[in-house]
Design a protein around this ligand. Structure first.
Ligand code: F6P
Length: 330
């Protein structure tokens, strides 16, 4: 199928942008939106730098070939930003005017909950939008999965396996701080996958003596030679915690803050496929004249929710998983 053939057909125009923190797999989603859009006879405009680019009229037409060779790349070829101006009523009004200038009939927004709130505002001002959940944190209430989560967890897993090697050799305790602004999904799942001794996550209140020191002392009495403590960024203080553990236990303790290494890298199969399916679904909705939706992964299926309903849904930690973690860490 050539781009030229598509230009001859009556066209709807849709835009696509990435917003907020980037996540591996966003490029796969952009590619899916562009190719599915063109396959549906639409003109697809890429918006650079998220809502900031929309406000600046930084839009360009994307062709089939413009998304070649990006499927396997981390980051986002459209760049991303967090826009203060767009968070104001005047900013949203301006974005709507710019969307009219470019004759946008719809917009696909790939990002986290902050990006979805922006999509909601555009929707309520008359621009049909569809949100695609893209964030390594997996903290979107309506969706069991967000693009980038699997790649991030595998990156963290690899890092912690390596840290454990050296912690074992030196019989040290390691405190590793992982991402997750308000959510402990990365910490909990990687904690299970790496056999960590302790995890500290924002969803569960913790007591240092009971939840950190006690398992370390008890593990020592059962013959453990090293300890892995995973702290979610939302709780923070990994370095201070390491100092406190060393002070109280006498065990040499080192802290590692993994930082942005967790957000980069080539997406896993799961992220590429999920992003492709979500991108395809978003375009299908807009092609059928359906907007103001968010795409979600629920019960092994790609679904969609009303954007307000989706935003009102909350996700918590899986307590069964947490209890299992505690048993397995004995
Ligand atoms: O939302 C994803 C995330 O990676 C969080 O885990 C983290 O707190 C945040 O983004 C960091 O964002 P920034 O790029 O603004 O430092």
């Amino acid at each position: 199928m050539s781009d030229e053939r598509m230009i001859d057909t009556p066209q709807k125009t849709i835009g696509v942008l990435t917003s907020g923190g980037d996540a591996p797999g966003m490029n796969a989603a952009i590619r899916a939106v562009v190719r599915s859009g063109i396959a549906h006879g639409m003109k697809v405009m890429g918006v650079r730098r998220g809502y900031e680019g929309l406000l600046n009229g930084d839009l360009f037409e994307m062709s089939l070939r413009s998304v070649s060779d990006i499927l396997q790349r981390g980051g986002t070829v459209l760049q991303t930003a967090r826009s203060k101006e767009f968070c104001t009523e005047a900013g949203v009004q301006k974005a709507i005017s710019i969307a009219k200038v470019f004759e946008l009939d719809g917009l696909v927004v790939i990002g986290g909950d902050g990006s979805f709130r922006g999509a909601r505002d555009l929707s309520t001002h008359g621009l049909p939008t569809v949100g695609i959940p893209g964030t390594i944190d997996n903290d979107i209430g309506c969706s069991e999965y967000t693009i980038g989560y699997d790649t991030c967890m595998n990156t963290v897993l690899n890092a912690i396996d390596r840290i454990r090697d050296t912690a074992t050799s030196h019989e040290r305790c390691s405190v590793v701080e992982v991402m997750g602004r308000n959510a402990g999904h990365i910490a909990l799942n990687v904690g299970i996958a790496t056999g960590a001794e302790v995890i500290v996550i924002p969803e569960l209140p913790y007591d240092f003596d009971r939840d950190v020191l006690k398992p370390i002392f008890e593990g020592k009495s059962r013959g453990k030679k090293h300890n892995m403590v995973i702290v979610a960024e939302g709780v923070g203080g990994g370095v201070e915690m390491a100092n406190r553990i060393e002070e109280m236990t006498g065990i040499e303790t080192r802290a590692t803050v993994l930082g942005y290494i967790q957000r980069g890298g080539s997406p896993t199969v799961r992220d590429r496929v999920m992003a492709s399916q979500m991108g395809g679904k978003a375009v299908e909705l807009l092609a059928n004249g359906v907007g103001n939706r968010v795409i979600a992964y629920v019960n092994n299926q790609i679904k969609d929710f009303d954007i307000l309903e989706g935003l009102s849904m909350k996700k918590s930690i899986d307590m069964e998983q947490y209890e299992l973690f505690k048993i397995l860490s004995l």
